[in-house]
Write a protein that binds this ligand. Structure first.
Ligand code: DPM
Length: 387
């Protein structure tokens, strides 16, 4: 028995996992719980669910709410206060800088990271390329809208919010949208693979940083939980997502600016393609870079790592470096930040600044009950085409 910091006595074999309460969030939390249970049959798990700001504010597009920890804050508070021992998130919803004292203890194996098209039942055989002109595509991701506007200038993009169940219902029961763009990972985990009519590869639409992977957050000083999580970590997904998060962090992206990536691990080679776009997709900076991953073999480098390790755990953009892979994690981090710096040197900075300024100009006051404001993604496009 141990105290949880609130003065309450807790069964040391009981692990409390925090989760958002949507069906997808719960399915993801069960995946992590089942993986832990398999390795540690003696442990008991309790899942504690809560609503986050992102679940409550449904009338405003994500990019316009203007907060980075939309889907994470309430759960992180519960973690800090010792009400839960770990929290399962979609890694892409976790900011690249975490609150002091919290870390991502492990990243799970990535599901298909691509975006997918879900067509309205009245367009069973259509693709984005064959939809009628001016068809409305539902997404509140500025990343998706910017890239797809560039590729399919005749389509229109409108915000759609709510959890996956709500969105699919909005698509099917009205004629507001011809199609939705969703992360394939979420759709597949919901068991709706038969609704996917098209997967978007990187030529069409590069995915979000961390998309398709789960990140389990815990307290930095909770060594027993860190040990448990290390046992279910997926090494190559961790490398890929550290590179992506470093790319995002160096750009200071966040969900108000269109930033996207495409990562591949082939043997010991890590490839990262990354890009930034103006909101209307008219401007683009994309490049790629790769690195051959290698643990250090010089004893001096090893000593440096040992010394660092003795002081504290090593993290990259909040993600704990896996033991024996410290050097590779560092290389992945450097790959991401260098690629971002290359793009910044070529004008990505002004693209990002303009996108953020346009979003901020549309930020709603702090009132979740306000009606939705004008559609930024299309209004931005109009102002460009008329200039
Ligand atoms: C973030 C974005 C979206 C979610 C922005 C983006 C999509 C919003 C939208 C940061 N979080 O992707 O550019 O299209 O309206 C979210 C989903 C998943 C995690 C749903 C989805 C599930 C898949 C995964 C929402 N967060 O993107 O379709 O594990 O990556």
């Amino acid at each position: 028995m141990a105290s949880n910091g609130n003065g309450c006595v807790k069964d040391a074999n009981l692990i409390r996992i925090g989760s958002r309460e949507s069906e997808l969030a719960l399915k993801q939390t069960y995946m992590v719980r089942d993986a832990l249970q398999k390795v540690h049959p003696q442990l008991k798990f309790e899942i504690i669910t809560m609503k986050t700001k992102g679940d409550k504010i449904l009338s405003v597009a994500l990019s316009k709410i203007g907060s980075k920890s939309l889907f994470t804050k309430e759960l992180e508070l519960a973690l800090e206060e010792g009400q839960v021992d770990m929290v399962v998130h979609s890694l892409k919803d976790l900011p690249t800088t975490l609150p002091e004292g919290l870390v991502v203890g492990c990243v799970s194996e990535r599901e298909d990271p691509r975006d997918a098209v879900i067509m309205h039942p009245s367009h069973p055989t259509a693709t984005l390329a064959t939809l009628p002109k001016a068809s409305v595509i539902g997404t509140s991701s500025v990343r998706r809208a910017a890239q797809l506007k560039r590729k399919y200038p005749d389509l229109r993009f409108e915000s759609v919010r709510g959890n996956l169940n709500t969105r699919l219902r909005k698509l099917d029961t009205a004629d507001d949208y011809a199609a939705l763009i969703l992360a394939a990972a979420g759709v597949l985990r919901m068991g709706w693979s038969d609704r996917i009519s098209q997967y978007l590869d990187d030529d069409d639409c590069m995915h979000a940083v961390g998309q398709g992977a789960l990140g389990v957050e815990c307290r930095e000083d909770d060594t027993s939980i860190l040990d448990l999580l290390a046992g279910i970590a997926h090494h190559t997904t961790t490398l890929a997502t550290i590179a992506e998060r470093a790319f995002m962090r160096t750009l200071e992206g966040g969900c108000s600016a269109p930033v996207a990536v495409h990562t591949k691990v082939t043997g010991d080679i890590l490839d990262l393609k990354g890009g930034v776009w103006s909101l209307d997709g008219s401007e683009e900076q994309v490049d790629s870079s790769s690195v051959t991953l290698k643990e250090s073999d010089t004893s001096q480098e090893n000593e440096e790592h040992q010394a660092k390790k003795a002081k504290s755990i090593i993290t990259h953009c909040g993600v704990v470096a896996l033991r024996g892979w410290e050097r590779r994690m560092e290389q992945a981090h450097t790959l991401g930040s260098s690629l971002a710096n290359t793009l910044l040197g070529r004008g990505a900075e002004s693209i990002l600044r303009a996108a953020k300024a346009q979003n901020d100009a549309h930020l709603p006051p702090n009132n979740p009950n306000l009606p939705p404001s004008t559609n930024l993604m299309n209004s931005a496009a109009q102002s460009v085409s008329s200039s």
